[in-house]
Write a protein that binds this ligand. Structure first.
Ligand SMILES: *Cc1c(COP(=O)(O)O)cnc(C)c1O
Length: 386
């Protein structure tokens, strides 16, 4: 055998994730590995927790990164909060809502579905009706930023409704954290999970989660054991929650946590509100450019995510061939449509450090060339010059 080192090309990642990673983050990854119970490491973990509390806008003591990707954060929330036989209301307006339903069922829970339209926010009126019709439901679960459709739901309103009907909330913030306004404490979110590889521009593979006291009380008063040993927060708390007296649970992904620490320091340096504003600015420019080229956005303007843009593929264009050309000739990745949208839309990400003027103009310029259209960059520049 003569397999040699792997050297990936340098792409511009403007798909649904992973997003481009800050060079400061990849540099942090390469720092020396130390023991995960080393006092120096434990000190850094405390800082990661504080930085995550900053990003989530919460004081929740149980705030930590699960050692696995966003899907494991999802599973952590459901496995810990849902007991067999419990009724959970799940809002489905895209792929990730469907996965929430699957999680509830695998935990032995019973689902009640609020079926929404793809490309639209979750409808609060439909949620309220369902909460009224099912007073025995104990949890309301929904996706804040549906990456499969580009729609942003009103998490504040949905959490207020859940509270009025004595339901806890589980919120998917994998794509929203760092890119969209998100207030865990002010909005009364009980359990939330995110990911590192979207708007935090960190490497994939970790899942920040946060639980408030109501959620912790439910977890600590379970009648049955959490079916997953690895994700059981009653055990994980012994490692993340106990100050200097940490017990071995699993070996933390030490270097990946250096990377997350660095990504969160960068977020704190920028200021989270500035990060939200930056995503919005480049979104406005990108949309102006796409529309000037005659393409239309899928999601109504007031329900759009800034960081993930669904645009309809022009009539007669082979969408896969365009993506392949962008990747090969421009080293630019954009995303394909999922589920109901497969073959009909592109998903253009502006996530984390990829949300820049350079990227917005690069993507528009490449699309102009590949599609043989014009006016995209010019329209975007008009937004920047405002
Ligand atoms: C990406 C994503 C996930 C899953 O995260 P992974 O890191 O891929 O496991 C879950 N929910 C939403 C909304 C996402 O965009």
């Amino acid at each position: 055998m003569s397999i040699t080192s792997f050297h990936p090309p340098r792409r511009t990642l403007m798909g649904p994730g992973p997003s481009d990673v800050y060079s400061r983050v990849t540099e942090a990854l390469s720092r020396p590995t130390i023991g995960h119970l080393d006092p120096m490491f434990v000190g850094m973990m405390d800082e990661v927790k504080q930085l995550l509390q900053y990003a989530f806008r919460t004081q929740n003591a149980l705030t930590l990164p699960v050692s696995a990707p966003g899907s494991a954060g999802m599973e952590t929330c459901f496995a810990n909060l849902v007991e067999p036989g419990e009724k959970v209301i799940v809002c489905i307006n895209g792929v990730f809502g469907i996965r929430m339903k699957e999680n509830v069922e695998r935990c032995g829970g019973e689902t009640v579905i609020v079926q929404g339209e793809w490309g639209r926010a979750v409808d609060p009126a439909a949620v309220e009706e369902t909460l009224k019709a099912h007073p025995d439901a104990v949890i309301l679960a929904f996706v804040h930023a549906e990456t499969s459709t580009g729609a942003r739901s009103d998490a504040e309103k949905l959490c207020a409704l859940a509270r009025q009907h004595n339901c806890l909330t589980i919120v998917d913030a994998v794509t929203s954290l760092g890119g969209s306004e998100l207030e865990v404490d002010a909005w009364g979110i009980d359990a939330i999970y995110s990911g590192t590889q979207k708007c935090l521009s960190c490497v994939p593979g970790l899942s920040p989660v946060s639980f408030n006291q109501r959620a912790v009380d439910k977890i600590q008063n379970r009648k049955t054991k959490v079916q997953s040993w690895f994700l059981d927060l009653n055990l994980v708390m012994g490692y993340w929650g106990k100050g200097a007296k940490r017990a071995y649970h699993h070996t933390a992904p030490v270097n990946a946590l250096y990377a997350l620490h660095e990504a969160l320091v960068i977020l704190q340096e920028e200021g989270i509100e500035n990060s939200w504003k930056r995503h919005q600015l480049h979104h406005n420019a990108l949309v102006a450019g796409l529309e000037a080229m005659g393409m239309s956005m899928v999601v109504p303007a007031d329900e759009r995510l800034a960081q993930l843009n669904l645009v309809t593929v022009p009539e007669g264009v082979d969408e896969a061939a365009v993506r392949a050309e962008l990747l090969e000739a421009y080293n630019l990745e954009i995303g394909a449509g999922l589920g109901d949208f497969a073959g009909k839309v592109w998903r253009i990400g502006l996530m984390g450090c990829a949300a820049t003027k350079t990227n917005a103009l690069f993507c528009l310029g490449a699309l102009e060339a590949v599609l043989g259209k014009s006016g995209g960059c010019k329209a975007a520049m008009e937004i920047y010059q405002k």
